[in-house]
Design a protein around this ligand. Structure first.
Ligand code: PLP
Length: 384
């Protein structure tokens, strides 16, 4: 047993994400907020939903925030509001969570896979350009691009936006991992025509179940989104003007999120402190994540790259350090997606990253002493 393992064994196990620490910090506030909802009993579209939407919009600077049932639904709602469907190409990164490509396919469009950059994990603008050519060659209409802000860092919306403008693509930002982040002083929520985020418990702003939201500055699209999330309703409840879905955020979850939003800024700062410590302590032995100029990341994950990831991961586990691999298989190699088109030039970076990424424990309450144990264990696992 290594020195680190021995130290860890006598103390508390290290958490990959410690949600209980946040609960202790918020104390009674969430219980009281939930009790208020139980007392008024408006479980569906109660007053807390609108209050949360107003606060989310004010926080990120978006004109409209439309709460919904999950981050996955938020993506689908944006594509539906834009009328995307059969014959349309939607450009998505190959190295990401499945929901992005999945919702493009579910909307009836064709997801076209784009490669990512090796140091930020986010969509490669040159590969996007190459993918648009492929889609046109197949007779598809290029309609939308969904950059994913992987691990909490906004994608390069400057360069992606320029390509999107040139080809008339709508930018739908998948900000499931990046709510609270900023690019050149602008918060995530305003970087695309639509921004979809998730309140899954482990995301930087998470609730106690499933939840999500769509942001837009467009008044007309905001109305359509509000209609789509309640069965395509018109002015009256039993007036159905379009095909929609049931995708409301529960009032209870909204009440929880109102409390959590008050400490998000502070938590983002704490995550940045943790990330800086990792980078200072590990940059000499592994490839550490790069943050592009003008970005403030929310560090949903701190992800390093190691050649022999499996071996390092096993050694870390033996030392009591939990890690995760996001994502072990690129989407274009998944059974359900292997027949969809890919960018000209291939997806070599996505394929390589899926074999070398390793995410370390990351949350705002990771104490310095605990983090030192993680760092020591990583150094032993890589060098030993
Ligand atoms: C979590 C996540 C989603 C889906 O969010 P859910 O709320 O779980 O539906 C979509 N995209 C990315 C990049 C995610 O990380």
């Amino acid at each position: 047993m290594t020195e680190t393992a021995r130290r860890i064994e006598i103390e508390e196990p290290i958490a990959f994400i410690d949600l209980q620490a946040q609960r202790r910090r918020l104390g009674e506030r969430i219980d009281e907020a939930m009790a208020r909802v139980l007392a008024h009993g408006q479980f569906i579209m109660g007053p807390e939903v609108r209050e949360l939407e107003d606060r989310l919009g004010a926080f990120c600077g978006a004109k409209h925030a439309i709460a919904c049932a999950s981050g996955t639904d938020a993506l689908l709602l944006a594509l539906m509001a834009e009328g995307i469907g059969p014959g349309d190409a939607v450009f998505v990164p190959a190295f990401a969570f499945v929901a992005t490509a999945e919702m493009a396919a579910l909307a009836g469009a064709t997801p076209v896979f784009v490669d990512v950059l090796p140091d930020t994990f986010n969509m490669d603008p040159e590969s996007l350009d190459a993918a648009i050519g492929v889609a046109e060659g197949l007779g598809l209409r290029p309609r939308a691009v969904i950059p994913v802000d992987l691990f909490g860092q906004p994608a390069d919306y400057g360069r992606i936006g320029a390509i999107a403008d040139k080809h008339g693509l709508t930018v739908v930002a998948d900000a499931a991992q990046s709510f609270g982040a900023a690019l050149n002083g602008r918060r995530v929520g305003t970087l695309g025509a639509y921004t979809a985020t998730s309140f899954f418990p482990a995301k930087p702003l998470g609730c106690y179940g499933d939840g999500g939201a769509v942001f837009t500055d467009d008044d007309e699209k905001a109305e359509i989104l509000r209609s789509l999330r309640v069965h395509g309703k018109g002015l009256e409840k039993y007036d159905n003007v379009r095909v929609g879905l049931n995708s409301r955020l529960d009032t209870l979850q909204a009440a929880i999120l109102i409390e959590k939003l008050t400490i998000l800024e502070d938590e983002i700062e704490a995550r940045n402190v943790v990330a800086r410590r990792y980078t200072a302590a590990l940059a000499d032995i592994v490839k550490v994540p790069k943050v592009i100029d003008g970005v403030r990341s929310v560090w949903a994950q701190y992800t390093i790259q190691i050649d022999d990831g499996d071996r390092a991961r096993a050694r870390l586990k033996a030392a009591g350090v939990p890690t995760a691999v996001y994502y072990p298989k690129p989407l274009h190699q998944q059974t359900a997606y292997e027949d969809f088109p890919v960018a000209a030039g291939g997806l070599a970076v996505s394929e390589r990253l899926s074999r070398s990424v390793l995410s370390l424990p990351m949350h705002p309450y990771l104490e310095k002493a605990t983090q030192n144990c993680v760092v020591t264990a990583v150094r032993e696992a890589v060098l030993g």
